[in-house]
Design a protein around this ligand. Structure first.
Ligand code: LFR
Length: 497
């Protein structure tokens, strides 16, 4: 066969997608063949992921593939958001439902970690930003709560790894997703047993590590038969979605670039050859997360479009048909620079009513009274604040590494938001490019293709991506106005009570 085909499953916090990548000569063509909603499930005060439901959806995606392309396929790989995990018992069965990282049990875990190990020591050992959502915090909560699942657990598998296991029966954890758990040492490239020991987390749960591009095993015979596929290898992408997306950044080497993968989270980062773990990176709480091809993704999480997703849910009660598109156009029509929020304020981690949380932040910081039902104003505040926060974070990434960024490449679903792209270029005062939207699925596919022997390096892959997808460019406008806005923004987020 001339055309090689790989199927990427990309699971996000809002939706899961099955995307077919067809590779012929130096071009990649993408087709989304299946999509389903994800999102958390709340039961009795805990927030979970319905992974068995997702699994049925993945099988439906495989069947859809067969109905459209036939029984031949060169590879299957799953990526997902990081930090969340399933635990397997000694017979290899899944224990309970994986918790959602926004579950409230993680509150109070930083103080425990600080007491038992020291936050600085945790950072020194792992090089990962301290965030309440991290795997280590979730496990510390389970230890604190004497969760009976933990003593019964023999293996930890992150969400994408879990589906690889369901597909193949092989227990393996891919290194990029292990790296952001904060149970992993990026320098020694292995699980960090000191963290387990200090925090009382059973280290027997550590699972064999693999790298992006490794063949995990064939899709189980009975599954292949059920969905109608011939024998097909399951090949690990970067299971951490952000690391798969980073592969698909249309960057030219040495142009002085940063990336922003924009989705539920906005991840702002630089690609480095080795980790930077020092006082500055600790103070600025920057992650040295593992990347494919042995790169380090030096990055920070910004709360991102999650805030808009939460606002939309509230507005949709009164305006059921309100779309993201309409939200953006209402924002465009609203008055500029009315007030700012710090998107990373804890008030926005899991708000009951995000529109009220935005209004309350503006009021509490003495900026303005805003009406929570004013869709244009609230969303404009969020978009402007995101753009300004990107600059704030990017300045810190540059300062800690002494590098100069000349272009920011925005990828992911959020790169569709033209207004936010314009704001970002203006806030940063540099050129911004947007696309590809499906960077994560593309990275997933290209890493599978690498495992299948098609490619050997990142520059080679990125050349094909630039060759295959349209990339838009945005240049800064109204520089002075945005400079002033930035000064105001910094004052507000640094002084807030
Ligand atoms: C993005 C992402 C981030 C991670 C967050 C929570 O989808 O994977 O990289 O910090 O979700 O897992």
């Amino acid at each position: 066969r001339e055309t090689r085909r790989f199927l990427a499953f990309d699971l996000g916090a809002e939706s899961g997608r099955a995307v077919v990548g067809s590779i012929k000569e130096d071009r990649l063509a993408l087709t989304e063949i299946y999509r389903f909603p994800t999102g958390g499930t709340k039961i009795n005060n805990h927030l979970y992921w319905d992974v068995l439901g997702f699994y049925s959806q993945l099988l439906a995606g495989l069947k859809k593939y067969v109905s459209e392309y036939g029984s031949d396929l060169d590879g299957i790989g799953v990526d997902a958001w990081g930090v969340d995990f399933g635990l397997l018992d000694k017979r290899g069965n899944l224990l309970g439902n994986p918790y959602h990282y926004r579950d409230a049990k993680n509150e109070g875990t930083m103080a425990i970690i600080d007491k038992k190990l020291g936050l600085r020591e945790l950072y020194n050992l792992t090089g990962i930003q301290l965030l309440q959502i991290n795997t280590v915090n979730q496990l510390v909560a389970m230890v604190r709560d004497e969760d009976p699942l933990l003593p019964a657990a023999e293996n930890i598998l992150f969400i994408g790894d879990l589906f690889h296991y369901f597909f193949t029966g092989v227990k393996a954890v891919e290194h990029t997703v292990a790296s952001i758990s904060q149970l992993y040492n990026t320098v020694t490239d292995d699980w960090e047993k000191k963290v387990f020991a200090a925090l009382g987390i059973p280290s027997k749960i550590t699972t064999r590590l693999i790298r992006a591009g490794d063949v995990i095993g064939p899709l189980k015979g009975e599954l292949a038969e059920e969905v109608g596929l011939n024998e097909v290898p399951v090949i690990a992408p970067a299971v951490h979605d952000t690391a798969s997306a980073a592969v698909a950044v249309p960057a030219v080497e040495d142009e002085g670039w940063a990336f922003l993968n924009s989705g539920t989270w906005s991840i702002v980062g630089l690609e480095l050859d080795s980790p930077v773990i020092n006082d500055r990176s600790y103070e600025m709480n920057i992650s040295n997360s593992g990347g494919a091809f042995n790169r380090i993704l030096y990055l920070k999480n910004v709360m991102g479009l999650w805030i808009i997703q939460c606002c939309k849910r509230i507005w949709n009660k009164k305006h059921p048909s309100l779309s993201y598109q309409e939200i953006a156009s209402l924002a465009q029509g609203a008055a500029p620079f009315v007030a700012f929020i710090d998107p990373d304020d804890p008030a926005f981690l899991n708000p009951v009513d995000a529109t009220a949380a935005v209004a309350a932040y503006c009021c509490r910081t003495g900026q303005a009274e805003v009406d929570k039902d004013d869709i244009g104003t609230i969303s404009r505040i969020v978009f402007e604040s995101l753009a300004l926060k990107y600059r704030y974070v990017l300045e810190r990434l540059m300062e800690a590494t002494g590098s100069k960024v000349k272009v920011l490449h925005i990828t992911g679903g959020g790169s569709n938001n033209e207004l936010l792209n314009e704001f970002t270029a203006s806030a940063l005062g540099i050129k911004v490019t947007a696309g590809p939207v499906e960077a994560t699925a593309i990275g997933n596919i290209m890493l599978q293709a690498t495992g299948a022997g098609l490619y050997r390096s990142l520059p080679e892959i990125r050349r094909i991506i630039r060759n295959s997808f349209e990339i838009k460019e945005y240049l800064p406008e109204e520089r002075e106005v945005w400079e002033k806005a930035y000064e105001r923004f910094v004052r507000i987020i640094e002084e807030k009570g």
